[in-house]
Ligand binder design. Structure first.
Ligand code: DX5
Ligand code: ZN
Length: 216
């Protein structure tokens, strides 16, 4: 079976925030393809992380695309800020978006040449996406309940991933608990972008860890 090119998007949630610019440079040098930025608002998830100002600073520190994952209740309110901060792709959660809101978000992102990702929590059924698929450049399947790095991969995402790959030909990203042990099944079942936080940032050799993830 011909495999797609696998992209690795390190989640900076597990980076040392005190030296974030250097951390991003380090994973860029180690062979990362995108930088995954986890934005949390304390409402949609029980944690608070970073906002558009940090995305804007990172834009000046790396040439890699910034893959911004909005785990927030009101993505429309903050959309302009994340567009202007230099996001290449903005992912919103299906749990907080109606079809009409997704259409509005898509229209604004298109004008600004930003790609749209739509995310699904582990407990949200795939059918929630059916009407949204045509609008998405990427689907992000969560393989942990969002909010924190370092959780264990939930295998319940695998049948969902396999079913999604049959009906969606564009980018599929899987996020949560990705390690050298869980990556092979994720790749085998149709994901072409892997987010990795704790596994990658804690690795002694980040370049080797990225190669291992890519090789599945
Ligand atoms: C979880 C975040 C993930 C997470 C991944 O809410 O969306 O991006 O940080 O971290 P690991 O790879 O440690 O599960
Ligand atoms: Zn994420």
């Amino acid at each position: 079976m011909k495999r797609e090119k696998i992209l690795i998007a390190p989640s900076i949630l597990s980076a040392d925030f005190g030296r974030l610019g250097n951390e991003v440079k380090s994973v860029e040098k180690a062979g990362a393809d995108w930088i995954h930025v986890d934005v949390m608002d304390g409402h949609f998830v029980p944690n608070i992380t970073i906002g558009p100002a940090v995305v804007k600073s990172l834009r000046n520190r790396t040439t890699l695309p910034l893959d911004v994952h909005l785990m927030i209740s009101d993505p429309w309110f903050f959309l302009d800020d994340f567009i202007n901060a230099g996001s290449a792709l903005i992912t919103v959660h299906s749990e907080v978006c109606s079809l009409s809101l997704i259409k509005k978000i898509k229209a604004k992102l298109t004008v600004n040449k930003v790609r749209l990702g739509i995310s699904l929590n582990p407990g949200t059924p795939l059918k929630k996406l059916y009407k949204l698929l045509d609008l998405a450049d990427l689907i992000l399947l969560m393989s942990v309940n969002p909010g924190f790095g370092g959780q264990s991969f939930m295998p319940v995402v695998i049948p969902k991933l396999r079913a999604l790959r049959k009906i969606f030909l564009r980018d599929i990203e899987v996020d949560g608990g990705i390690t050298d042990k869980t990556a092979p099944a994720v790749i085998e079942n149709g994901a072409n972008i892997l987010v990795s936080g704790s596994y990658l940032f804690n690795a002694k050799n980040r370049a080797q860890a990225i190669r291992e993830l890519k090789n599945g």
